[in-house]
Structure formats: structure tokens, C-alpha cells
Design a protein around this ligand. Structure first.
Ligand code: IVH
Length: 721
């Protein structure tokens, strides 16, 4: 959003406007409302809250009433979107709703199956069965039944917490209100996909068109927009459908395999997908994939791939999860879709870490049912057509403004510019010159030399660091984002607003938490500003207040330290327990010979890049000051380990020698699930050595440091099971 759009809602009384001023304001407002409509209806990604949207639409209508000539120039005001109004209550999922890893080739499927075998320590001849079923392109829903009665329905949300759409779900005829059958458990959370059929989707859009309302970009957005309606009569009027394919809390399962539980769902009254099949080999999985792919066009609803799952639920339990996806399932996605269009401009965006990312602005084109106007161009080398070693990309063809290009969109990933049609290149086109100065702050933008590989980094970065406003804004956006502090009502747009606001500036994370107090001391209050109002200002302050005690892992992730993603943040949170401990370690680790550096490097999956990034972050005096100010406002909470009750929670465990009941990977995953830290070598800090037959020097180390040693059976006695 540009600043102009932010300030479009003027306070000048309409009666005082000249026609010229009214026209100018109308133009801006119409563009904003159009953008909000597109974001909601095309992308299912609202960019402003409902209060702001309503305020803008009201002003637009008022302008058109006072200056009827404007009406002819706009059709936006007529389109009162059926935006879901207001907010839904939140429901916390008792069992998180996970996502799936993707595979884009037959080889990747074979690798997935191989990983499952290795993790479980099985040989090919032992055999493991999988299910294969269509991946429905809708939105997932969790339905909670108690004593067979539907008591709650929640959307996926962030996987931990979703929206309460119980009343809406009750209007969907394919969702049973009562489950039938002798084997329906006391508590049954059935999960699956809400979606719209092609014919129903077309009919809904036709009705939207007739009423002059914006159309939905695709069936998935239409299904989401139809379900998330505070006015349930809107949901009831939309023929939403539902396939059941998974479950959440269900203490007594009706059967021991994926396939048979889904069969039970069918007996209880759900629709399940008839193309689900049990397969015994990679070849059978791929055959089922091809079969489903061949029927894709005639199914009557959108699917975007095939999901494979380990059939045996005991094996699923052993495999567990990595981060947010199960080890026992994968989505084999259908190939990407392509379209041809014209590259109209190249914009450079400056990211949180200063990376300059080129974005292609395209003449709008439909790719697989979605209108695409932007696509990534990756980096400077990608545009130039040669990588940093001088090897050609696209046979060395560069990409120029004005070129006719092929755009590729694979599932939910960002579309990318793939190829150039040289025959259509305008005669006067010139090679694109990638900026060497940061477009946001004017600092030099350079390509670092990787000290290890000696190669030039493909990414050009702004060297402005903390003085670069673009980096500051992106860092703030990251800090409040869904996987970090997750502050409701403080999205990208609001961060941009506050960052540029002279009265209530937010320049660094700590400023967010002083907003309410600073606002109270201001003459002009936030509630009186454009686009806010008393209710949304209060809601925002409440949401901020609510986040003063963020979970430690989210806090670490939110700091946006390079190379520290969600998974690493969680590992660090688990390992150090408190932010103070992590910070002390990060500072001490600057000394390469320090035990703190060793300890950091010994954490599973923490490599030298992460160690360097932490040392650099904590070694930067500006960051120290920024953290002091932030920690005066917030108190990160130690990870509430699922595991705090487990006897190995917080302990440092080392595995050595041969294990019989589980593979080494599995042992590691199990220990981590129980809150233990797994280290690779024995030191004075080790709490427990689990030694199987053939254990060697580690046993001696354990004796030297007085570390308790148990065998595999002892481990299972200790942790139970
Ligand atoms: S299983 C723990 N099965 O895909 C695994 N998901 O990319 C839970 N989806 O959020 C998911 N069809 O919304 C599963 N047959 C299917 C599916 C399916 C569609 C969606 C689901 C999930 C997303 C993950």
C-alpha cells in the first residue's frame, strides 16, 4: 500500500469539497476499495479490517451522492462485498491441525517412502502399506462430536487455533449433526475439507455478477468466503460440500489403520473420497496418482494433487512430526500451470534482512484459475541469465521489461517468470540494470562473498542495516506476523501506517508495547484517526496487551535473526529454556573457544551458519539496546513443553551403540518430543547416556564425567511404552 492510499480517507466535510478535490479523493478511495475487494475475493487475503473497509465505502458513497458525476466513473461503490463481517470466536485445537510436505516428482515420492522405511528401520521385504487419495483444494475444517452430537466446528487458522464456525457448519448438509453407529466414540474430532463443486461455483459467481458484486477468483476462495460468514444464512445458501479424511482428538479409534478409520467415517454418515486406495509399493502409489490425475477434469471439484499416508496407525505414531508436517504423509502435487503475458515493469523490494528482491509486474493473466499480476524474478543473476559462476540460466537469455514471458504457478507457491519469447522482444529493449543502491535508503547494495565456498552470494543486500527504513518495516512486520507474536489487528498495513506516523511512531518492536500509553498522552487520539475508530483502537491495544508474555520460541523467531526459522527457534527455546540463557550463550559464543560455542554447535540441527548468525546478532550493540528496550516491555515464556511432565524433560541425552526397538532417528525424535535435548557427544553437561550393544568411547566418557548410563530397555522403562 502506498502512503497516498493510507491517507485517502479525508476529514474534510463533503460540503466543503470542490469538484476537483472530490474527484481526486474519489479516485484514491475507489482504488483502495477495489484493492480491498480484490484482496478479499481474489486472494482470500484481506488487507484491511472491516471497520476501515466500511468507513472507506461510506465515504465513497457519500462522495458519489454529493457529486453524481463521479458515479459514472466508478462501479466500485455498487459492489457491496459479502465480506464476512466482524470476528469469529477462537477455538484452540486440542490436537494441532498440521500441514503437509510436498513432493513434485515421482522421485520425490520414492524418497519419501525410503525415508519412512529408514526411520522405522524396516527393510523393503518387510513392506509398509500406504493410502493414496485426492488432495481436495478447499479449506480444512475440524468437527468435534461428543456422544455423537456435533458440538463445535473450527477452521484451521494457524494450526493451533482456528475460528469458531459451528453455526455455519451446521448449515452444511454433508456435515452430519449426529453420528450413527455402534462404534462412534464418546469424543470424535473428524477433520476434512470443505469445498465447492465447479457447477455451484459458477452459479455463485453468476449471482454475484447479477447483483453487481465482485466475483470469486476460484472455488477455494468462494468456499472460504461462504463458510466464514457471521450471517449464517449466507452460508446456508451456498451448497458447500465436505469430504472427511483425517481426525484430531479421538481417544478410542474405531480401527487400527488410516483406511479403515476413514471407512468408519463413512459408516458414521460422512462422505469420503471414493478414489482413496490402499497401496503396497511406490509403483502402486504412482499408478493411483496417474489414475486420479486422468480423472481430474471430470471430478467436478478442484484437486491439486494426491496425498499419501502410512496406513498403519501404530507406525504413524512412531513416525510423528517434523515442525508442522507429519513424517508419515506427503502431498504429491500436480505439475505447475503455465501462461504467457507481458512483463510491464520490474520492482525491487527490500526485505527484512536487506535482500533486494526483483518482482515482475505483469499484464494480468489467468494461470490455473487465478489472476496473476506479480511474479518473482528471484535475483540479479536470474534476470541476467547467468549465475555467479558464469553458467547460463535459460540458455543465457536475459529478461527485459517489455518481454513476453512464460509465468509458472505451482500450487500455492509464488508464481515465477520462467522463460522469454525472444521472437516477441521489442527492438528497442535494453538489458535490465539491477540497482546497486538500496531503493529505500540509498545505501550501497552489495553481494557478499561466501567465505566457505568463495562464491558470490546470488542476493544483493542493502548495507544500510538499522538505518534502512524498508528493513525496519519488514522486521516489524515479521515480529508481529502470525508465526511470531501474532498480534491481531496489527498487519502489514498497520505497521506501515505506524512506522510513518509522526504522532504515534513505531520504529522498533518495543514501540508497539508503548503504543497505548503514548496514545493516552496524545492530544489527537488513535480512535479519532482515519480508519481506526474507538472499537478498533481498543481492540488493537487489547491484542497488543495480550502478547506481553509470548511463548519463547515465537519471540526468538520474531526477532528475525538470519537463518533462524521457526524450527530452529523452537530448538533454541527448548534447549535454553529462557531468553536470558540464550542471550548469554549468544554473547559468550563470540569466543570461538568458549564452551558456550561448543554447546550451541552441539545442538541437533544447529550448524555453523546458525551459530554465526546468533553471534553476529547478539554482538551488534544496536541489537543489545533494542533487546533491552523490548525486554522491558515483554516477558517471553519458556516453551510449555508437552513434555514438562516427562522424566527426561530438559535433560541432555546421548544415544550410542546399536538400538533394537527403534532407529537412531526415531530415538532422537522421541527424546525431543519428550522435551529432552539430544547431543552427539558426552560431556559434563550430559544427563543420560543410552547405550546399546557395541557402545565404545562414549561409555568411557560417561564414566569420566559421572553420567548415568542405561540401555534401550531402561530407556523405555523410564519414558514408558
Ligand atoms: S491430510 C496431518 N488429506 O491439505 C495431515 N489433507 O497441505 C492432515 N487436504 O491442511 C492433512 N485433501 O486442508 C489431508 N486428502 C487429504 C487432503 C488434505 C486436502 C488439505 C488440508 C491440509 C492441506 C495440507
Amino acid at each position: 500500500m502506498s502512503d497516498a492510499e493510507d491517507s485517502a480517507l479525508s476529514e474534510t466535510p463533503i460540503a466543503e469539497l470542490t469538484p476537483r478535490k472530490a474527484k481526486a479523493e474519489h479516485k484514491l478511495l475507489a482504488a483502495e476499495v477495489q484493492a480491498a475487494n480484490d484482496a478479499y475475493f481474489q486472494d482470500d487475503q484481506p488487507i484491511m479490517d472491516d471497520a476501515a473497509y466500511d468507513a472507506k465505502r461510506r465515504r465513497l458513497v457519500a462522495l458519489e451522492e454529493a457529486f453524481p458525476a463521479l458515479t459514472r466513473e466508478s462501479d466500485v461503490s455498487a459492489k457491496v462485498g459479502a465480506k464476512p463481517s466482524g470476528k469469529f470466536a477462537k477455538i484452540r485445537h486440542r490436537v494441532p491441525m498440521l500441514s503437509l510436505d510436498n513432493a513434485f516428482s515421482d522421485e520425490a515420492v520414492a524418497e519419501f517412502v525410503g525415508r519412512v522405511y529408514r526411520f522405522l528401520g524396516r527393510k523393503e521385504e518387510d513392506g509398509i502399506a500406504f493410502t493414496a487419495e485426492p488432495k481436495i483444494d478447499g479449506l480444512s475444517l475440524s468437527l468435534r462430536y461428543e456422544k455423537g452430537e456435533l458440538v463445535a466446528a473450527a477452521t484451521r487458522g494457524d494450526g493451533e487455533e482456528g475460528e469458531d464456525v459451528t453455526l455455519n457448519a451446521r448449515t452444511i448438509s454433508e456435515i452430519p449433526g449426529t453420528l450413527a453407529g455402534p462404534d462412534v466414540p464418546e469424543i470424535a474430532e473428524v477433520r476434512g475439507e470443505v469445498y465447492l463443486g465447479h457447477a455451484d461455483f459458477a452459479a455463485i459467481n453468476e449471482r454475484q455478477r447479477e447483483k453487481g458484486l465482485p466475483e470469486f477468483a476460484n472455488p477455494r476462495n468462494a468456499a472460504a468466503g461462504s463458510l466464514r460468514q457471521l450471517d449464517v444464512s449466507v452460508t446456508a445458501a451456498r451448497p458447500l460440500r465436505f469430504f472427511a479424511y483425517a481426525w484430531g482428538e479421538m481417544p478410542e479409534l474405531p480401527a487400527p489403520t488410516q483406511f479403515s478409520v476413514v471407512e468408519a467415517f463413512r459408516r458414521w454418515g460422512f462422505r469420503t473420497n471414493p478414489l482413496m486406495k490402499r497401496c503396497e509399493s511406490v509403483a502402486e502409489l504412482i499408478a493411483q496418482y496417474r489414475l486420479i490425475e486422468s480423472q481430474r477434469a471430470t471430478l467436478g471439484y478442484d484437486i491439486d494433487g494426491v496425498v499419501y499416508k502410512v496406513d498403519d496407525l501404530a507406525l504413524q505414531a512412531r513416525l510423528g512430526f517434523v515442525s508442522r508436517a507429519p513424517r508419515w504423509a506427503i502431498a504429491h502435487k500436480f505439475p505447475a500451470e503455465l501462461a504467457t503475458t507481458v512483463l510491464e515493469a520490474i520492482d525491487i523490494q527490500v526485505g527484512r534482512t536487506g535482500a533486494l528482491s526483483p518482482v515482475a509486474r505483469l499484464k494480468p493473466v489467468t494461470v490455473g484459475g487465478v489472476v496473476v499480476t506479480n511474479a518473482t524474478l528471484h535475483n540479479e543473476d536470474y534476470i541476467r541469465g547467468f549465475d555467479s559462476k558464469g553458467l547460463p540460466i535459460r540458455d543465457g537469455t536475459d529478461i527485459r521489461i517489455g518481454d513476453t514471458v512464460t509465468v509458472k504457478r505451482a500450487g500455492d507457491v509464488i508464481p515465477r517468470v520462467e522463460a522469454v519469447d525472444l521472437a516477441k522482444r521489442p527492438a528497442d529493449s535494453k538489458p535490465y540494470e539491477f540497482p546497486t543502491l538500496c531503493p529505500a535508503c540509498g545505501s550501497h547494495a552489495t553481494r557478499e562473498l561466501n567465505p566457505r565456498s568463495g562464491k558470490e552470494d546470488a542476493i544483493r543486500r542493502c548495507t544500510g542495516g538499522l538505518i534502512c527504513p524498508a528493513q525496519a518495516v519488514e522486521r516489524l512486520k515479521h515480529f508481529v506476523s502470525r508465526d511470531a507474536l501474532d498480534i491481531d489487528g496489527l498487519g502489514d498495513k498497520q505497521i506501515e501506517f505506524f512506522h510513518g506516523d509522526p504522532e504515534l511512531p513505531v520504529r522498533e518492536p518495543a514501540d508497539i508495547f508503548t503504543l497505548a500509553a503514548r496514545d493516552a498522552a496524545n492530544l489527537k487520539r488513535l480512535k479519532d484517526k482515519e480508519g481506526f475508530g474507538a472499537v478498533s483502537a481498543k481492540k488493537l491495544f487489547d491484542a497488543i496487551e495480550d502478547r506481553r508474555t509470548p511463548p519463547l520460541n515465537r519471540f526468538i523467531f520474531g526477532l528475525g535473526i538470519r537463518h533462524i526459522g521457526e524450527t530452529t527457534a523452537r530448538l533454541l527455546a527448548r534447549h535454553y529454556g529462557s531468553f536470558e540463557a540464550l542471550r548469554a550463550a549468544g554473547i559468550a559464543a563470540a569466543d570461538e573457544a568458549s564452551p558456550e560455542r561448543q554447546e550451541l554447535g552441539a545442538i541437533d540441527s544447529v550448524g555453523p551458519t546458525v551459530v554465526e548468525a546468533l553471534v553476529e546478532f547478539f554482538g551488534e550493540p544496536h541489537n543489545e539496546e533494542l533487546l533491552d528496550r523490548l525486554l522491558a516491555q515483554v516477558s517471553p515464556q519458556p516453551l510449555e513443553a508437552v513434555a514438562s511432565a516427562s522424566p527426561v524433560a530438559g535433560k541432555i541425552v546421548v544415544f550410542t551403540g546399536a538400538l533394537e526397538r527403534m532407529t537412531r532417528d526415531e530415538a532422537k525424535a522421541m527424546a525431543e518430543r519428550l522435551g529432552a535435548k539430544v547431543a552427539g557427544s558426552v560431556s559434563s553437561k550430559t544427563d543420560l547416556l543410552v547405550a546399546g550393544p557395541g557402545a565404545g568411547s562414549k561409555l568411557k566418557d560417561a564414566a569420566k564425567h559421572g553420567v548415568e548410563v542405561i540401555d534401550e530397555a531402561g530407556w523405555f522403562d523410564l519414558v514408558g511404552g
